[in-house]
Design a protein around this ligand. Structure first.
Ligand SMILES: [Zn+2]
Length: 249
């Protein structure tokens, strides 16, 4: 066994020992490619945990710079990072956390024109954005390109998570649940406020669902929304039906 293999086994030893993962699960994680939209309160814990877990390739898109008001929840940024581009700081930090992971960064906004090219090579698409236009665009293209999509949303003390596997035509989509695009006001952290713990809990749960998808876990959140309130600690899973005339039909 050469040094690289030894390092690989030791780095991931605490998760390889888990029965649900093992060496075969770790190999699945190591060859998976995940694309994260948004490097903020959700994107930071998602990128951090997936990088530590050894996801082979992580793409991250965000065109924002770090501001002082981001630091309460965006866990990979320091005060000395203010005014730097989020994705540039993330790449440096993630390479230090785990040099085995390939990190691709995109300093731009995702839109209707660039989305197909950006997401095409990734297996799993992760919405960590703060607006419904992006969430609905990711939903529509993930259906077309038959991707797996994990959507997260946070507002005040509430978090929502959706998991969609569009390889399975029986599954509904984001539009089946919302039908009409909700107002972005509820996702506006500047006005509504957000605590770092809410963002980290929801981002961590998104990362958890991503790893479960990769290792082929049976208990995937499908055709359901997970709603968590961190004040009363109530977690609900609400099922919803696929709509016949929806874009996912
Ligand atoms: Zn639908």
């Amino acid at each position: 066994m050469n040094r690289v293999d030894k390092n690989y086994l030791e780095r991931y030893s605490r998760q390889i020992v888990l029965k649900n993962i093992g060496l075969s699960g770790q190999k699945k994680i190591s060859i998976s490619k995940v694309f994260i939209i948004g490097a903020g309160g959700l994107g930071c814990p998602i990128a951090d945990l997936l990088c530590r877990a050894g996801v082979g390739e992580i793409g991250i898109i965000d065109n924002d710079k770090i501001s002082l008001s981001n630091i309460n929840r965006q866990t990979l940024f320091n005060t000395t990072d203010i005014n730097k581009f989020k994705v540039e700081v993330l790449k440096k930090k993630l390479k230090k956390i785990n040099p085995l992971v390939k990190i691709n960064i995109f300093k731009k906004k995702i839109n209707e024109k660039n989305i197909n090219q950006l997401i095409s090579k990734y297996h799993i698409i992760v919405d960590a954005s703060d607006n419904f236009n992006t969430k609905f665009l990711l939903n529509e293209r993930s259906i077309k390109l038959r991707k797996k999509l994990i959507v997260g949303a946070i507002s005040k003390f509430d978090g929502h998570i959706f998991v969609f596997n569009f390889n399975n035509k029986k599954n509904g989509c984001l539009k089946c649940f919302y039908q009409e695009k909700p107002s972005d006001e509820i996702l506006n952290c500047d006005q509504e406020g957000i605590l770092g713990t809410t963002a980290s809990v929801i981002g961590s749960l998104q990362a958890n669902e991503i790893l479960k998808l990769i290792i082929g876990s049976k208990n995937i959140l499908e055709n359901s929304i997970l709603i968590l309130n961190i004040i009363n600690l109530k977690m609900r899973i609400i099922k919803f039906k696929k709509i016949k005339k929806c874009i996912c039909a």
